[in-house]
Design a binder for this molecule. Structure first.
Ligand code: FAD
Length: 320
């Protein structure tokens, strides 16, 4: 029986899918124990019932003007106070921009070991064991935290979202934020539109073979037909065919969609590092020797400008 603290994130008024997945991971650790969600911001109270539905027993709602926008300083001060109050037996966060920034600070502050980018959690002989990819996704390693309590960040799209319909207890918790070294005056969001790449179930990715920014249009049309997101290789980003926010790979986003369609991507190891845990990989490439075919579940040797519009046409017919 453990008490597990889960940091919940919301974006544009919606709870992030990875936060709900983290509640499932927390359930495995807590067993019959307690799952405590922590949410920042004035909208937090609206999320309470949803968090109960997906497994949380209790939610700490933290309202403070300084927490309206994420800053490392303010969030780590607030999290430290929540941890001091709750005294959890384990902590989980999403492996998101915020989780990746905040978790090491919390780990440093409390002297905890941290396992990042976790894709599975099990309790074996009473010990919490985290599984994470290594060597750019070529192998998996099982880890346990030997210094302090189990602490991990969870990679999106690896845990099912549970439906436990728990009655949730709401705790309004006051935190003191002081001596901030960073003040955010304005947040200007780049409009990427559509589905969030990191959490998308279907991703259509383009590489240098797409040839131009215009060449991404048929990929976007296929993504729209399937309700997916568009991504790119670094080759495509470097050539300015798409924005770096879409880059998938070792130095870009690491994603685990149900379906990944690689169009005009050769399959360099640095690219595979970002998508090789996709559940089904389809590769479209005109070179039958392209490395991407070695890891693809389905391969189509052909010109993407012929194949992609054909797929879109078919999906638009069958998915209406
Ligand atoms: P290419 O390798 O040029 O492949 C283009 C492919 O398109 C070819 O296979 C070709 O046959 C095919 N093609 C061309 N025309 C068509 C057509 N009409 N129809 C169908 N197929 C066509 N790369 C990443 O992607 N992500 C990273 O995070 C990343 N990080 C890196 C970090 C480091 C330190 C380094 C050194 C490199 C990194 N790279 C990364 C770069 C990586 O090594 C490759 O250079 C890059 O992935 C290649 O992109 P690409 O597959 O789009 O281009």
């Amino acid at each position: 029986m453990r008490k597990v603290l889960v940091l919940i994130e919301a974006k544009a008024g919606n709870l992030r899918g990875v936060s709900l997945e983290a509640l499932t991971a927390a359930q495995r650790i807590a067993e019959d124990g307690e799952i405590i969600a922590v949410v920042f911001g004035s909208d937090a109270v609206h999320y309470a019932n949803v968090l109960g539905k997906h497994g949380a027993n209790k939610v700490y709602i933290i309202r403070n003007e300084e927490l309206k926008v994420y800053t490392t300083d303010a969030y780590s001060q607030a999290m430290r106070q929540v941890i001091d109050e709750v005294e959890p037996d384990a902590i989980l966060m999403g492996h998101t921009a915020i989780g990746k920034d905040l978790a090491p600070r919390i780990a440093g502050r409390f002297g905890l070991g941290l396992v990042s980018d976790v894709v599975d959690v099990q309790v074996e002989d009473g010990e919490v064991i985290f599984t994470r990819p290594i060597y750019s996704g070529k192998a998996y390693v099982k880890k346990k935290v030997v210094s302090g309590i189990p602490f991990a960040t969870i990679r999106p799209n690896n845990f099912p979202v549970s439906e436990l319909n728990r009655k949730i207890e709401i705790v309004h918790f006051y935190v003191e934020i002081k001596d901030l070294r960073t003040i955010v005056k304005e947040v200007v969001r780049k409009s990427t539109g559509g589905v969030n790449l990191s959490e998308a179930k279907i991703v259509i990715a383009g590489g240098r073979g797409v040839m131009s920014a215009e060449g991404f249009k048929p990929l976007q049309e296929l993504a729209d037909a399937l309700g997916g997101a568009v991504g790119g290789s670094r080759g495509a980003c470097d050539a300015e065919y798409c924005d770096y926010s879409l880059q998938i790979g070792q130095t870009g986003k690491v994603i685990t969609p149900d379906l990944y369609i690689a169009c005009g991507i050769s399959g360099a190891v640095q690219h595979l590092a970002g998508m090789s845990t996709a559940k089904v990989v389809v590769a479209i490439n005109k070179d039958p020797e392209a490395l991407i075919f070695q890891i693809a579940d389905y391969g189509i040797v052909g010109d993407l400008f012929e194949v992609v519009p054909l797929l879109t046409e078919v999906f638009n017919k069958v998915l209406v």
